[in-house]
Design a protein around this ligand. Structure first.
Ligand code: ADP
Ligand SMILES: Cc1cn([C@H]2C[C@H](O)[C@@H](COP(=O)(O)O)O2)c(=O)[nH]c1=O
Length: 204
């Protein structure tokens, strides 16, 4: 996150529109933070879009928009279960150009949705990185600052921060240590007289 995916997507869609091409922008309706009619980057740039539950909904519920669009921009691609089938058929059979922005991995660095499955079908792929919020180095990973373990948790800088490899690993270690301290303190078998081993909780 914070790597500039939405910024680049909006810039490319704007450039295509300025060149006279018919464009459409789509995002998942799971993200309601800025209302459903807009895609907004973390730095505040925004454009109108269609917010849909699935990409097949976009095609069936907005048939004119789909039919007239030469270029379709998709943001938050990780949230669309039908990403692969939609992109394949739109590009291969309907002649659309797709510009897709999304996360490849989640806060645990596990694959997120099917953005990775698009790689062999794409003409080109750009992996962006942010700046580590702790040391300023290139940040390829996203650290979740809360204890929520669900894969999908909508949010921005309130919940997530971009981190480099070192600070990702340190942060995960600190979270695990904190979690085990909490679990131990709630365990009925715990001997109140025994002292817990020292744990490092600092990230950095
Ligand atoms: N905590 C943050 N860390 C890094 N960048 C941030 C942060 N908060 C806001 N930004 C801004 O967000 C921009 C990237 O926003 P955006 O294009 O929405 O990224 P992405 O879609 O990859 O999450 C950065 O260029 C920076 O100006
Ligand atoms: C890492 C991670 C992110 N999310 C959510 C949080 C945001 O709502 C989006 C990512 O938005 P961005 O344009 O890339 O900033 O995804 C999530 O649900 N689970 C995660 O592990």
């Amino acid at each position: 996150m914070f790597a500039g995916k939405t910024t680049v997507l909006l810039q490319r869609i704007q450039a295509e529109a300025d060149a006279g091409r018919r464009v459409a922008l789509v995002k998942s309706d799971k993200d309601t933070r800025y209302g459903l009619g807009c895609i907004v980057s973390h730095s505040g740039k925004k454009m109108h879009c269609a917010a849909v539950a699935s990409l097949s909904d976009f095609k069936s519920n907005k048939p004119e928009l789909y039919a007239q669009a030469e270029i379709i921009g998709i943001d938050e691609a990780q949230f669309f279960d039908d990403l692969l089938s939609f992109c394949q058929s739109a590009a291969d059979w309907d002649g659309k150009t797709l510009i897709v922005a999304g996360l490849d991995g989640d806060f645990l660095r596990q694959r997120f949705g099917s953005a990775l499955d698009l790689v062999p079908l794409a003409d080109s792929v750009t992996k962006l990185s942010s700046r580590c919020e702790i040391c300023g180095r290139a940040a390829a990973f996203t650290f979740r600052k809360t204890d929520d373990r669900r894969k999908e948790v909508i949010g921005g800088a309130d919940i997530y921060m971009p981190v480099c490899r070192k600070h990702y690993v340190n942060g995960q270690f600190a979270m695990e240590a904190a979690r085990s301290v909490v679990l131990e303190s709630h365990s009925p078998q715990r001997d109140p007289c025994s002292s817990s081993p020292e744990r490092k909780l600092a990230i950095g």
